[in-house]
Design a protein around this ligand. Structure first.
Ligand SMILES: Nc1ncnc2c1ncn2[C@@H]1O[C@H](COP(=O)(O)OP(=O)(O)OP(=O)(O)O)[C@@H](O)[C@H]1O
Length: 249
């Protein structure tokens, strides 16, 4: 069974169809990229999936259950995490403190005035594990606001992982990054997919990343599903080439 399923989804804004009759299936464990020229409907697709607004028509299923009209905060509890949704990084707190808040919230402990030593050890172990996975140990006591942009985005992902997502939605994870930061983020995405088996859906403009890491690619154009397939299939697809050449003209 697919973890995420869209059936004939349409989203209109007034007379404009930002998405028209989109159907897609994302199986458990897949790393799926969503690409398309400007205005293709990628952000609208993410907004629909993560519950920011409902589709005008069609059905959305998460883990086999309809999530049409379910608000974002409820979807977060079910394990659908979109990075910017929870990326309220506290810039004047350290990386460690940011992760502490994320882990305590994820464990439902954030409103407790006092934690038992056993709970405190459990929280600490989870933070340490996240820091190790994301190679954040050296930055633990730096203020989040002082970090380079690439490091801040890694902290965002750490905060998302604290919730142990079943589906992670990444909105242009390498936007604004230099080559070195982009390589690091690419390695991280690959690691989370391969080592942890997290199902991920990501919007990305950098083709080298997409073709390097994605299992499958969904291509949108002008609100329509133009193509879907493996990186090899998509790079050989004449319609995709035409859409991108058209966009570049
Ligand atoms: N809230 C909204 N109200 C009205 N029109 C909208 C709204 N959100 C998106 N649109 C329109 O829907 C279409 C698709 O926009 P969307 O932002 O989803 O595209 P995109 O593929 O993410 O583009 P980009 O790569 O430029 O971010 C565009 O024509 C956009 O103007």
């Amino acid at each position: 069974m697919s973890l995420l399923s869209l059936k004939n989804v349409t989203r209109r804004f007034g007379s404009l169809s930002a998405l028209s009759n989109i159907s897609m299936e994302v199986p458990q464990g897949e790393l799926r990229a969503v690409i398309g020229p400007n205005g293709a409907g990628k952000t609208t697709l993410f907004n629909l999936i993560s519950g920011f607004f409902p589709p005008s028509e069609g059905e959305l299923l998460f883990d086999g259950q309809s999530v049409k009209g379910v608000p974002p905060e409820k979807l977060v509890h079910r394990g659908m995490i979109r990075t910017f949704q929870i990326t309220e990084i506290f810039l004047d707190l350290s990386v460690y403190e940011n992760l502490e808040i994320a882990v305590e919230t994820a464990h439902g402990l954030n409103l407790r005035p006092w934690l038992s030593p056993a709970r405190r050890r459990q929280v600490r172990a989870h933070i340490d594990e996240l820091m190790q996975t994301l190679h954040l140990e050296d930055l633990a006591y730096r203020m989040a606001g002082e970090l380079a942009h690439g490091d801040q985005r890694v902290v965002e992902i750490a905060i998302a992982l604290a919730r142990e997502p079943r589906l992670l939605l990444l909105d242009e994870p390498t936007a604004g990054m230099g080559d070195e930061e982009t390589d690091r983020m690419t390695d991280l995405i690959r690691h989370l997919h391969q080592e942890r088996g997290i199902t991920m859906l990501f919007i990305e403009h950098d083709m080298s990343i997409i073709f390097n890491v994605a299992d499958r690619i969904t291509v949108l154009d002008n609100g329509h599903l133009l193509a879907e397939g493996t990186p090899a299939e998509i790079s050989a697809n004449a319609d995709v080439q035409a859409a991108y050449l058209g966009a570049a003209r």
